[in-house]
Design a binder for this molecule. Structure first.
Ligand SMILES: C[S@@+](CC[C@H](N)C(=O)[O-])C[C@H]1O[C@@H](n2cnc3c(N)ncnc32)[C@H](O)[C@@H]1O
Length: 334
C-alpha cells in the first residue's frame, strides 16, 4: 500500500501564526528599538521593556530562531534585517504597517464565519472616513507604503506628454505627487471619499505638490468623474470590488478619458488561471476579511473588461515581493 503524504506541511501551516504573533508582539513591545544600540541580556531587555524576564527570554529565543535577533555571550542583538526595518525612528521603519496586520489579527480568527456568511466582520467604513483617527492612520500608512516599497510602481508608469491625470481612489495622493514631479506639465486630480481627501490635501502639501495636484471628494459608487483627462490611474482600488463593481469603476473612468488616453491599473492580481500566486490568493482572502466585496482579479479578466469599453491592454508588469503589485497599461482607442 502506498504511504500517505507526510503531514508536516499541515503542521507548518497550522502553526504559521506563531511566527507572525511573535513578530507583531516584539514590534509592539519595542524589542528591536530597545536593542538598536547594542546587545542586551534577557534580564536587561526585560528591564527596558518593563516586561517579565522569563517570558522576554522566550520571545527573544523565538526571534533568534526566526533570524530577527542573534545571540552571543548570553546577550541578544538585532540582525541586519531587524536593524534596517524594525527600529523606530529609522527611515525604513515598518512598525505601523506590521501593526496594521496585528490589528486585523482577531478578524482573521473569524474567517470561517466570514466565509459562511459572505460578509466581512470588519467595519470597512471606519477607516474610510467614519472614524477620523483610524482614517488618518490608514491614509498615512498608504502614503508611507507608496513612498517606500511602492515607489517602484510609479517607476513603471509612463505619462510623457500627458497633461491631466485622474487618480481614481488616489488615497494619500502620493503617486499623483510623484508622477507630476517626474512628468513636467502634468497636473493630477486625486478623487477619493471626502473623509480621506482631507488628509490627502495635507500630504500633497507636505510633498510641495499642492500647485500640481488637487484633491476632490468623490464616491465611485455614486459620482461620475468630474472632468475629462488624458490619463488615469487606478491603484490598489479594484481589490475591494467584485467583477460588477470593477466594471462600473472602469466604465466611469474610461468615459472620462479622451480618445487616445492611457489608463494604468496597479494592484495585487491573480494569475490568469486564478490558482495563484500564494500572496495574491492570500491577499484576496484578506480583502474578504476586510471589505465586503474584496477580490483580486487577473490581467486576462481586466483586459477583457477593458476591451468591452474600447480599451486595448498594451502591456503588464508584475513587481516582485515585497511589492507584489502588477501594473497594467491600457489605451482608449482614438
Ligand atoms: C488601498 S487604497 C489605495 C490608495 C492609493 N491609490 C494608493 O495606491 O496608494 C484604496 C483607496 O480606495 C478608496 N475608496 C474606497 N472606496 C471608495 C469609493 N466608494 N469611492 C472613492 N474611493 C474609494 C479608499 O479611500 C482608498 O484611498
Amino acid at each position: 500500500m502506498k504511504a500517505p503524504p507526510n503531514p508536516a506541511p499541515l503542521i507548518q501551516i497550522a502553526t504559521a501564526y506563531w511566527g507572525s504573533a511573535a513578530l507583531i508582539a516584539a514590534v509592539r513591545l519595542g524589542v528591536f528599538t530597545a536593542l538598536a544600540e547594542g546587545r542586551h541580556t534577557a534580564d536587561d531587555l526585560a528591564a527596558r521593556l518593563k516586561s517579565d524576564p522569563a517570558a522576554t527570554d522566550a520571545l527573544a529565543t523565538a526571534l533568534t530562531a526566526m533570524g530577527l535577533l542573534s545571540k552571543a555571550d548570553g546577550g541578544y542583538s538585532n540582525t541586519p534585517l531587524a536593524d534596517a526595518w524594525l527600529v523606530e525612528g529609522r527611515p525604513g521603519f515598518l512598525g505601523p504597517a506590521l501593526q496594521y496586520n496585528g490589528d486585523n489579527y482577531p478578524l482573521w480568527g473569524d474567517l470561517d464565519a466570514v466565509v459562511r456568511e459572505g460578509r466581512a466582520h470588519a467595519a470597512p467604513d471606519a477607516y474610510l472616513g467614519d472614524d477620523s483617527a483610524r482614517t488618518r492612520n490608514f491614509v498615512y500608512g498608504m502614503h508611507h507604503r507608496a513612498l517606500g516599497v511602492g515607489r517602484a510602481v510609479a517607476g513603471l508608469i509612463d505619462l510623457s506628454g500627458r497633461s491631466r491625470l485622474a487618480d481614481v481612489g488616489g488615497g494619500p495622493g502620493t503617486y499623483s505627487a510623484l508622477l507630476t514631479e517626474r512628468f513636467p506639465g502634468l497636473k493630477a486630480e486625486v478623487l477619493d471619499l471626502p473623509g480621506v481627501v482631507q488628509f490627502s490635501q495635507q500630504i500633497v502639501g507636505s510633498m510641495g505638490a499642492a500647485e500640481r495636484v488637487s484633491c476632490t471628494g468623490f464616491d465611485y459608487y455614486r459620482d461620475d468623474l468630474p472632468g475629462t483627462y488624458d490619463c488615469a490611474l487606478i491603484s490598489g482600488v479594484l481589490h475591494r470590488e467584485q467583477p460588477d463593481g470593477v466594471r462600473q469603476i472602469l466604465a466611469k473612468t474610461v468615459a472620462a478619458l479622451e480618445p487616445g488616453g492611457v489608463l494604468y491599473i496597479s494592484d495585487v492580481m491573480l494569475d490568469d488561471d486564478r490558482a495563484g500566486p500564494v500572496f495574491g490568493a492570500m491577499f484576496a482572502l484578506n480583502m474578504r476579511v476586510m471589505a465586503h466585496d474584496g477580490r483580486c482579479h487577473s490581467v486576462a479578466e481586466q483586459s477583457a473588461w477593458l476591451a468591452e469599453l474600447g480599451c486595448e491592454t498594451v502591456g503588464s508588469n508584475r513587481l516582485p515581493p515585497p511589492i507584489n503589485y502588477t501594473v497594467i497599461r491600457a489605451e482608449k482607442r482614438a
